[in-house]
Design a binder for this molecule. Structure first.
Ligand SMILES: [Zn+2]
Length: 136
């Protein structure tokens, strides 16, 4: 039965606000108070200017697919029933690149590069929703 459970993020004091916001249906990222750039993934200092003061802010959840791939053979058995599925690299309107999955259907041979997407949240385990993207 253990193989039915999906691997989940390990919550830390650094990333906990991100995952709690996901459970509330909101995409929140860190933003540097020095250079005002958004930061993803959660970390302790700004990768742009090295500033150490990052605040949590809600973002649009909109972005553009930079690239994608179709997963036919997942590496973890818990994902077998969902394959094949698209994994996306999405450039968020606020700047950061975020990797996630496409929610909903798309043809296996679809060219999704450049398509607009918006975030949606999927209950991937008891107690944890994760951000997916759907075509806008
Ligand atoms: Zn900065």
């Amino acid at each position: 039965m253990a193989n039915d459970l999906k691997p989940m993020p390990r919550l830390t004091s650094i990333n906990r606000p991100f995952f709690e916001a996901c459970n509330a249906g909101e995409l929140r990222l860190q933003r540097c108070t020095a250079c005002a750039k958004h930061v993803y993934f959660p970390r302790v200092c700004c990768p742009h200017c090295g500033g150490g003061a990052l605040e949590w802010v809600a973002v649009s959840g909109r972005g553009t697919i930079r690239t994608h791939t179709l997963v036919r053979r997942p590496q973890h058995p818990s994902f077998f029933p969902e394959a094949p599925y698209h994994v996306l690299a999405v450039t968020l309107e606020e700047g950061p690149l975020m990797y996630s999955r496409l929610a909903g259907e798309a043809p296996e041979d679809a060219d999704l590069i450049g398509r607009k997407v918006r975030v949606t949240f999927s209950q991937e385990a008891p107690g944890q929703k994760l951000p997916f993207f759907e075509l806008a």
